[in-house]
Design a protein around this ligand. Structure first.
Ligand SMILES: [Zn+2]
Ligand SMILES: [Zn+2]
Ligand SMILES: [Zn+2]
Length: 418
């Protein structure tokens, strides 16, 4: 029989082979590993040094570059974060600074794609600058990604982008990136192409899971029946913050009403001035409420119809939810309020990792665009706003999105996470 002995570490009940004990001084392998980890942690804590890569760097362009340069990982070195946020750095740029950042981005794209992509996102979401040089660099590399970089592109980059789809060796990824980018151009040429492809599907359409014109959702619009663009989101865009002063709009407000699952319904949005704050919606009255169930919305889209007295009635199919959903911890009802206006593209690329909660603007999809279909009229519903859970409770993941169909007075909410 193989001889086993007890691990010699106090409190450990594992047994080990006699041969192992001879090698490890009587300790089991998990205990050996734990000792090594503890030793490493003590070493790191004793030798920790703070490195401030931003110290003495006053040029805002260089500071922005530094944000996106990941220093080599050294467990002993603690990277001191900059004193201001990325949007604050970008706000300091004058026209010359923005042009220098564009040049730096084009350069980075040729050198190190990931860093180039991060800089390109920064320019696309936090400035309204013409990004033609960056767009053309991405097309030349046959890598039209991140798609938001093509927002409001002019004729030349739009035509160059469309030409990528004519390549003989086109694959599904390139087709999908090129179509999303085309959607972001909002250019009449892109509208015309999507309309043509809807009537006559091109050969590469077979590579995709959805028809080419459906990619317009990536850019926040869709083709109407007559082939004109219909916006699914719009301006102004306003941040939602925990301590905002304006009572015009609130997010994450507790209600007395219950969801079908038994949990308390939360108002994802309660906008008192919907007509002025959300003009693209065409909401027929001043107040707009969008309820959600923080559990059920994770499993599908929740629809409610709203009457003149703001009474909410659930409609449409309710998502299937696990039995224990009623006992999950509730999203805390912090009541976000309206903060400052910002670019509609601010949160359009969630990989920029910024404060994402907002009313209006472009949604920051974590997965694919998910504008729901109104259960009454079957039209695509328009985006109202979004709440990132991390802005409500630290370390809570995912984002809730709110929508409305004004003619039907139907509101909806859903959720995405990584
Ligand atoms: Zn042990
Ligand atoms: Zn529910
Ligand atoms: Zn409708």
């Amino acid at each position: 029989m193989v001889e086993r002995v007890a691990c010699c570490v106090q409190g450990c009940s594992r047994t080990i082979l006699f041969d192992t004990a001879m090698r490890t001084g009587g300790r089991c392998m998990p205990c050996v590993q734990k000792e090594a980890d503890d030793e490493r942690r003590r070493f790191v804590e004793a030798n920790r040094v703070d490195v401030d890569r931003f110290a003495g760097v006053t040029d805002p362009v260089r500071r922005i570059e530094l944000v996106h340069e990941r220093p080599p990982r050294d467990p002993v070195v603690r990277d001191v974060p900059p004193s201001e946020t990325l949007p604050e750095m970008v706000a300091k740029l004058d026209a010359r600074g923005i042009q220098r950042l564009i040049d730096s981005t084009v350069h980075a794209l040729a050198e190190e794609r990931q860093r180039g992509h991060a800089l390109a996102r920064t320019l696309a979401c936090l400035t309204r600058a013409d990004l033609r040089d960056v767009q053309l660099a991405l097309v030349r590399a046959r890598d039209p990604y991140p798609s938001v970089v093509f927002r409001d592109a002019s004729e030349v980059p739009t035509t160059a982008l469309a030409a990528l789809l004519d390549a003989r060796d086109i694959d599904a990824l390139l087709a999908s990136h090129a179509l999303s980018a085309l959607a972001w151009t909002h250019n009449p040429r892109a509208v015309e192409l999507f309309s043509r492809w809807r009537q006559h599907p091109p050969p590469w359409a077979g590579l995709l899971h959805i028809s080419p014109d459906h990619y317009a959702h990536a850019g926040g619009w869709e083709l109407s029946e007559v082939g004109t663009p219909r916006a699914l989101c719009g301006e102004p865009c306003m941040e939602l913050v925990a301590y905002g002063s304006s009572g015009d709009a609130r997010a994450i407000v507790a209600t007395e009403q219950r969801c079908r699952c038994g949990r308390t319904l939360t108002l994802l949005f309660d906008v008192q001035t919907a007509r002025t704050n959300l003009p693209w919606l065409g909401w027929p009255c001043d107040r707009l409420v969008v309820p959600t169930c923080d559990a059920c919305a994770c499993f599908g889209t929740l629809f409610h119809s709203v009457n003149e007295d703001d009474v909410l009635t659930p409609i449409g199919e309710h998502p299937l939810v696990p039995d224990d959903a009623a006992s999950w911890p509730l999203l805390p009802s912090v009541g976000l309020r309206l903060g400052a206006p910002r670019s509609p593209y601010f949160a359009a690329d969630w990989l920029l990792e910024m404060k994402q909660s907002q009313l209006g603007g472009h949604p920051g999809w974590i997965q694919d665009p998910a504008y729901p279909q109104c259960p009454k009229c079957a039209r695509t519903m328009c985006f109202v706003g979004q709440v990132a859970c991390g802005d409500v409770e630290p370390n809570r993941e995912g984002t809730y999105y709110g929508y409305a169909c004004a003619p039907c007075r139907v509101v909806a909410s859903n959720y995405q996470q990584t």
